[in-house]
Design a binder for this molecule. Structure first.
Ligand SMILES: Nc1ncnc2c1ncn2[C@@H]1O[C@H](COP(=O)(O)OP(=O)(O)OP(=O)(O)O)[C@@H](O)[C@H]1O
Ligand SMILES: [Mg+2]
Length: 397
């Protein structure tokens, strides 16, 4: 054909080829699965992603029935959108589980019209939404779990708190056992003297009786003396027993009376070790609380002061106690001159199991218990601070 008669120039032909290549590249570059099927549901064109999903090359699919390739069936499945697109002449979208392609796809099918307005084919754009659905499912499951956790949270917290209370009570009991050991040894000391006295009186009675030298008056006097001593001993037993009885309810008590009862337990051992005790008390302050546990807290503080004084071998060891207060509030301070507590460990002394002592002498529960008794059970406060040459503990309730 003579050059001037050609309807398309070479340059234009090259442009068309270039445009076609560009379009094919774009078509293949899209990660969505794109394919065109004719009215008989034969593949006319498929992009690379679609071919890859089917495990072949694009050309190998052209001319094959789409339902055979996609669904492995002999005819289009009932949910196929093709008929609907033809009927309504507009795009349709639906979700399909395509087992052959191992995934869930969101497919949009659009009609392709010729210049006469007739539909000649449909374009399918399928997006793999398997991962999205998997995530949604996971999210829904987690949401459900969260809702379940939320709905049971309150009861679980209540249970956990009750469990903790129980543990705290057990710890209080344990620490009371430690105090019991201390008290038993003091009782042994406290009783030695009166028991000796009783022994002497009884021996004297026997001697006097044997030598016919016992008047009724003398016997009454001696028996009264024995009874007095026995009374003292029996009071110590009562104190001891009360200390271990369980307190269900709060009760009111006179602070300085309780403190002097507590001191009767530790005073002898302090005396033996040469530790001086100073007491500056304001009488008759009545407060509400758990007296036995309060006593336990106070004793723990006293025993710590004693340990610090002995550890540091202080020349004039001294523990000063001050009791003050007014109208249902009391402040007790226990101060020693045992050298104080290093500032960097001071914030830890109320932590459970914090101790600087050898494991045979301390477990580190004393102050934790004391704090719990005073602050949690009696809503008071217990603090410690370094003063001059020792520590001061302040109990407020
Ligand atoms: N008065 C004090 N002076 C110096 N250090 C003290 C004093 N009181 C407490 N501490 C420090 O605080 C720590 C914790 O005391 P806590 O009573 O809780 O435990 P612990 O006495 O070591 O053991 P335990 O369980 O037998 O009481 C002690 O080990 C000690 O280092
Ligand atoms: Mg202690």
């Amino acid at each position: 054909m003579p050059k001037e008669e050609s309807s398309i120039s070479l340059e234009e032909q090259e442009k068309i080829i270039h445009a076609k290549q560009e379009w094919t590249h774009t078509f293949d570059a899209v990660s969505d699965l794109i394919f065109i099927v004719d009215n008989d549901l034969n593949f006319v064109r498929v992009n690379r992603s679609m071919a890859e999903h089917c495990g072949c090359r694009p050309n190998e699919l052209v001319g094959r029935k789409c339902y055979e390739v996609m669904h492995g069936t002999k005819c289009a499945p009932v949910e196929c959108l093709h008929a609907k697109v033809i009927e309504l002449r507009e795009p349709q979208t639906a979700e399909f589980v395509v087992e052959k392609l191992k995934g869930i796809f969101e497919v949009t099918m659009s009609p392709m019209f010729n210049t006469d307005g007739q539909i000649t084919a449909t374009v399918h754009v399928a997006r793999d939404i398997s991962e999205k659905r998997r995530q949604e499912k996971l999210l829904a499951k987690q949401q459900k779990q969260l809702e379940e956790i939320n709905s049971t949270l309150e009861s679980r917290i209540t249970e956990a708190v009750a469990e903790m209370r129980k543990k705290d009570d057990i710890l209080i009991q344990q620490s009371r056992l430690t105090a019991m050991g201390e008290m038993i040894s003091n009782i042994a000391h406290q009783w030695r003297q009166p028991l000796n006295n009783i022994g002497l009186i009884v021996q004297n009675l026997q001697l006097a009786f044997k030598s016919n030298d016992l008047s009724v008056e003398e016997m009454d006097e001696d028996i009264a003396e024995v009874m007095k001593v026995l009374q003292q001993i029996s009071e110590t037993i009562d104190d001891f027993r009360n200390f271990f009885s369980y307190e269900e309810k709060m009760s009111s008590f006179i602070v300085n009376e309780l403190i002097s009862r507590s001191l009767s337990f530790v005073e002898p051992s302090l005396k033996r070790k040469g530790i001086l005790l100073e007491l500056d008390e304001q009488p008759d302050i009545v407060v509400n609380g758990y007296p036995n546990e309060y006593m336990q807290a106070f004793l723990n503080i006293m025993l710590n002061a004693r340990d610090a004084l002995l550890d540091h071998q202080v020349t004039k060891p001294l523990i000063s106690i001050r009791i003050s207060g007014e109208k249902g509030r009391s402040i007790i301070t226990v101060r020693d001159n045992g050298g104080g507590i290093d500032e960097d460990i001071l914030p830890k002394i109320f932590d459970p199991y914090f101790t600087t002592k050898h494991q045979s002498t301390g477990v580190g529960l004393g102050l934790y218990m004391a704090k719990m008794i005073v602050e949690k059970k009696m809503h008071g406060s217990l603090e410690a601070l370094n003063v001059e040459d020792g520590v001061e503990f302040k109990i407020e309730i």
